[in-house]
Ligand binder design. Structure first.
Ligand code: TYD
Ligand code: MG
Length: 467
């Protein structure tokens, strides 16, 4: 039977449908199905004709001699930390992020570093002309670095260029959405093209021993193919995040076959490009004013690195029938849960109030260990009692109102001590790990409410605040 020549591919999730529909069955997005021809070629499936009897491959045991993968270090501490100690030779990485966040800047800096350390580095720009890239390099003071530069979008031409001459150590493709392969009949930017181009480059990385970094844009409306389809093919996925209002950027590993995930690197965007931030906690707490109600410092963990983060809450009387709940930098469902636990288990009422929660510095916190700090900030704002300025909080809150243990309490407390915090509220089960500090173990969320209420008799309580 003849194979279907065309298929409808969702540009958002990559699902394939046999006939067109207004809404993708798989991800639920509207107007994302686009007709694409499924050809053979670079990314196509093997045709019936090429199907032959396979060769027998030897099976081996799970134990055996294996060397640590060879790596190319950039000696940029924050970048090497995220990759797990440098780029692994023969691997492919995807660097995703919003347009304008600084992906091209980061990668031209990385390419220049690697080139200056004596390796061959190639930067292929599909988005910017040679002059634009040169202009940026000049601005960053990198013009003298021996990076091979080309502006090209054809996968076949790029592969021919890369295989010509000695094998490079690092190849940067900026961006995967601009590439197109002649072997596939879809326009550039479609899932089929992105997938085919990525597959060809991943194969090149494996066969040549070069590290290939693919840049991918993430768009909110999903109009051009997101790099999601590529995530499965590559060895590591890094996301470059940050917001327009702040100068710092966070490189986060969400997948890494050769190192830890959830590892972050912190950079600051300066007029000379991206600079490493050696002490991010100090940066995130930099603008904190100690004595305002509603601010709590969370001793968090990002990957293997402890990080202190300010959680800000504002609880204000609401003029609305249904009060507003707005969250930036944390999960809004999690906020609803903490509010419900405070209401049901601790008798603290938020029903007449708008609640706003913000993670200072534009950071995104996904750890459940932030529950206790969020609760402390909420109670503090509601009661108008400022929390002690030298105190950190961490602990997970369960629906029953119990405070549960979190991992690596010691390294969290160590980071807090390093930055001058002298006391901590932690889960009871973690309190035993502490040595020397004024560490208070909590087993129930009501204990926290009671302690904050007790401190409200102190001098710092504003006259108009209600208990
Ligand atoms: P860019 O690397 O082009 O972003 P992306 O490749 O992710 O789209 O960076 C764009 C922004 O970075 C741009 O708005 C200007 C800013 N920038 C600086 O602030 N300092 C610099 O030295 C450079 C090169 C860029
Ligand atoms: Mg760019």
């Amino acid at each position: 039977m003849a194979k279907r020549a065309t298929a409808y591919v969702c540009q958002s999730c990559g699902a394939v449908a046999a006939k067109w529909a207004g809404r993708c069955d798989s991800c639920g997005e509207w107007n994302t199905l686009v007709e694409e021809r499924s050809g053979s070629g670079v990314g196509g499936s093997p045709t019936v004709a090429s199907r032959k009897r396979g060769r027998v491959v030897p099976l081996v045991g799970l134990s055996g001699e294996s060397e640590a993968p060879a790596r190319v270090e950039t000696r940029v501490g924050e970048l090497d930390r995220v990759t797990g100690g440098g780029f692994v030779r023969g691997s492919a990485l995807l660097v995703g992020g919003d347009p304008g966040i600084g992906k091209s800047t980061l990668l031209i800096q990385a390419a220049a570093r690697v080139a200056r350390l004596g390796h061959r580095a190639i930067y292929i720009s599909g988005e910017e002309a040679i002059d634009q890239v040169r202009l940026r390099a000049a601005r960053l003071g990198l013009s003298d670095a021996p990076v091979g530069l080309a502006a090209e979008t054809s996968v076949e031409d790029i592969l021919a260029t890369l295989t010509d001459g000695p094998a490079p150590a690092l190849v940067i493709i900026d961006s995967i959405q601009t590439l197109w392969s002649e072997m596939v009949e879809s326009p550039p930017g479609t899932v089929t093209q992105v997938r085919a181009s990525a597959q060809a480059l991943v194969r090149y990385a494996k066969s040549s021993g070069a590290t290939v970094i693919l840049v991918g844009h993430v768009t909110k409306d999903g109009q051009i193919a997101g790099p999601r389809v590529v995530e499965h093919m590559v060895d590591a996925v890094l996301y470059f995040e940050g917001d327009g209002a702040h100068q710092y950027r966070i490189l986060r590993s969400v997948k890494n076959r050769f190192g830890a995930t959830d590892e972050i690197g912190v950079f600051e965007m300066t007029d000379k490009g991206l600079a490493e931030v050696a002490n991010p906690s100090a940066l995130f707490l930099g603008e904190r004013s100690g004595r305002t109600p509603g601010s709590a410092v969370f001793a968090g963990l990002e990957g293997t690195r402890p990080l202190l983060i300010e959680i800000q809450a504002l609880v204000a009387p609401s003029p609305l029938g249904t009060p507003r709940r707005a969250v930036i930098g944390w999960d809004s469902a999690r906020l609803s849960m903490i509010l419900a636990v405070l209401e049901a288990r601790c008798g603290v009422r938020f029903a007449q109030n708008d609640v706003y929660l913000n993670v200072a510095g534009g950071l995104r916190v996904s750890e459940t260990g932030a529950d206790l700090a969020v609760a402390a900030a909420l109670i503090s704002s509601l009661s108008g009692v400022a929390l002690p300025a030298d105190c950190v909080y961490f602990g997970e809150v369960s629906l029953s109102g119990a405070v549960r243990a979190v991992s690596q309490a010691q390294s969290r407390l160590k980071e807090a001590r390093k930055l001058g915090f002298t006391s901590a509220f932690v889960p009871e089960a973690n309190a035993g790990d502490a040595d020397g500090d004024q560490v208070t173990g909590l087993s129930e969320l009501t204990d926290l409410v009671a302690r904050i209420a007790a401190s409200s008799t102190g001098a710092d309580r504003p006259a108009d605040a209600e208990g």
